[in-house]
Design a protein. Structure first.
Length: 381
């Protein structure tokens, strides 16, 4: 198995105000974590992308800049985003920026994509194409978000793999019809003084493009989309039985595209993971330092309700619910046992540790070190 680490990142400590000083300190700490994560033998360090979060819980508007900075402080470690909010970007600009990061890091970037669930992001940054958010109701807004996501991915692939390209779809016409371009040095993509195609430069360092990951909560159509495009689906809120269903859907859809994929192959799972000497200590730390994030920030978005058992009408909004149903929090033996379940049942090749940097650095570093030294060796290929 491969193991990676995902940070939000958050500003400062639990309950600390979002200030410039706190952000500057967080930058220094994330650089320290990157060096440690590499030394401990993890494969990739992921960050999320979220915008306008003045509340301080997820303060990372640009994972691409982070990847370049952190890569400069490390030698081997890969970096990536889980995931880039596609509806908040112009897809041509996103394709350009990803290609440049791939060049600057010499292939050490994983492109994680997401449809986006926060209206404040998508509807502000995506106002020109009337972006909406991904929801579980399959309503008109969700369907529009889905169509935008698919069209954007198509554009990005064209930009990465074709010397020049054009595109005409629901949201974008590239290049716009009638664009005058009469520069004598241009010999491609022009006809009768009008622009007919464009090309990005640089193209990616990794051929045909950096690895693509797709963040998935529950959506089977999203898993099938990932299969058609040979992306790695990263499951976030899944228990074993629903995950089996989605992994089977991935395998089935891959077969339709002519790929023979074994059950569990090219998949990944992320879990809140925290290790301490005892289960009691781990749960106490996790509740103390991650409770504010879970109960005051994530819960109102529906993340705790998503843990409902079949037929359950009301889910207790408590940290016990989070730790019992989603997170893997305990001593090394407990954490190893839970991961072994996922490996046995899902043939899981990649596990991502979700770490919370609102915890004190000494606790984060100790948890990651214990995980690397006492859990990871049990799963090495």
């Amino acid at each position: 198995m491969k193991f990676s680490v995902l940070f939000l990142p958050s500003i400062g400590r639990t309950g600390e105000k979002n200030t410039g000083e706190a952000y500057n300190r967080m930058i220094d700490e994330m650089r320290e974590y990157a060096v440690l994560v590499e030394e401990l033998g993890f494969d990739t360090m992921f960050l999320t992308e979220h915008h306008f979060e003045i509340e301080g819980y997820e303060v990372n508007p640009n994972a691409l800049l982070w990847a370049v900075d952190l890569a400069a402080h490390t030698k081997r470690l890969n970096f990536g985003c889980l995931g880039m909010q596609v509806a908040s970007w112009n897809p041509v600009r996103l394709a350009e920026d990803i290609a440049l990061v791939d060049q600057l890091t010499k292939g050490r970037f994983i492109t994680g994509l997401a449809r986006g669930y926060q209206a404040r992001e998508n509807q502000v940054l995506g106002t020109h194409w009337k972006a909406d958010i991904a929801t579980s109701d399959a309503g008109s807004g969700d369907q529009r978000n889905w169509r935008y996501f698919e069209e954007s991915l198509d554009i990005m692939r064209k930009a990465w793999t074709q010397e020049t390209f054009s595109h005409e779809g629901e949201f974008f016409q590239i290049p716009p019809k009638g664009t005058v371009w009469e520069h004598s040095a241009t010999t491609q993509g022009v006809a009768d003084g009008k622009l007919t195609e464009i090309g990005i430069t640089p193209r990616p360092y990794t051929k045909p493009h950096p690895p693509l990951w797709q963040v998935v909560s529950f959506s089977e159509p999203t898993v099938r989309l990932a299969a058609r495009h040979e992306e790695t689906p990263l499951l976030m809120l899944q228990q074993i039985e629903p995950a089996k269903h989605l992994f089977n859907a991935y395998r089935e859809e891959s077969a339709k595209s002519g790929r023979d994929v074994a059950f569990g192959e090219q998949t990944a799972l992320v879990r809140d993971t925290y290790v301490a000497d005892t289960v009691e200590e781990a749960r106490g730390d996790f509740q103390s330092y991650a409770g504010d994030l879970w109960l005051n920030w994530l819960a109102p978005f529906g993340f705790i309700n998503a843990m409902a058992k079949p037929g359950e009408q009301s889910v207790p909004h408590t940290m016990d619910t989070v730790m019992d149903r989603l997170s893997i929090v305990g001593d090394p033996a407990y954490v190893s046992g839970r991961i072994q379940e996922f490996k046995d049942e899902l043939n899981l090749p990649h596990y991502v540790v979700f770490a919370y940097n609102m915890m004190p650095p000494d606790k984060i570093k100790r948890s990651l070190t214990m995980f690397a030294e006492q859990v990871m060796p049990k799963f090495k290929d």
